[in-house]
Write a protein that binds this ligand. Structure first.
Ligand code: 5GP
Length: 205
């Protein structure tokens, strides 16, 4: 097997609120071939969130120092806070042969693709905007204002889907199918000739 085939895949998953990213990624992460990139952020921890588990919580000064030092694989400013992917951790996971999952928004996804054209960008969607709205209201965890804000953001983000490589629909009660779709994409991408450029040479070695 060629060395390039042993390097892990950089996988970006974006999706609007209510797309079920947490459930789908949680399921993939039960598999030791997948690792989750813990982002850095300047936003305050929400109740129940733990530093070093959900995010690395930094001050603006600390975050800006890391940007300056080139320590971020990508970063963006979202709703007044910085969010970014620590480069060193990501590189270590990929070099170790594990697939790295980045759960980030569209601007970050575009930045990843610019810096790492080999990254695979996946957009996870509810079956429709109407279903997404019903899910958000059904949760009953957010105020009407927050729901409207999230739906407005969806109208901005989903039209950016042309920058992505794949779209996956997370249908009600069928998250396992979305998980299977991601596994299938990863499997096919791993076999792509573009990722196995030395296949012939290695074969005759
Ligand atoms: P939240 O504050 O709800 O945890 O996250 C807000 C948004 O920031 C979500 O869309 C999430 O996917 C995105 N996000 C989280 N971490 C990163 C990151 O490292 N980089 C970028 N570009 N976006 C991120």
């Amino acid at each position: 097997m060629s060395d390039s085939a042993k390097r892990g895949l950089l996988i970006v998953v974006s999706g609007p609120a209510g797309s079920g990213k947490g459930t789908v990624l949680g399921s993939l992460l039960e598999d030791s071939e997948y690792r989750y990139s813990i982002s850095a952020t300047t936003r305050a921890p929400r109740p129940g969130e733990v530093d070093g588990v959900n995010y690395h919580y930094l001050t603006r000064q600390e975050f800006e120092a890391r940007i300056k030092a080139g320590a971020m694989l990508e970063y963006t400013e979202y709703c007044g806070n910085y969010y970014g992917t620590p480069k060193k951790e990501a590189e270590a996971v990929l070099a170790g042969g594990c697939n790295l999952l980045l759960e980030i928004e569209v601007e970050g996804a575009r930045n990843v693709k610019r810096a790492y054209p080999e990254a695979v960008l996946i957009m996870l969607l509810p079956p429709s905007f109407a279903v997404q709205e019903a899910r958000l209201r059904g949760r009953g965890t957010e105020t009407e204002e927050k729901i409207r804000e999230r739906l407005a953001r969806t109208r901005e983000e989903v039209p950016c889907i042309g920058d992505y490589d794949y779209v996956i629909y997370n249908r009600d009660g069928r998250a396992d199918e979305a998980v299977a779709d991601i596994r299938a994409i990863v499997r096919a991408e791993t076999c792509a000739i573009a990722r196995n450029k030395n296949a012939a040479e290695d074969y005759f070695r």
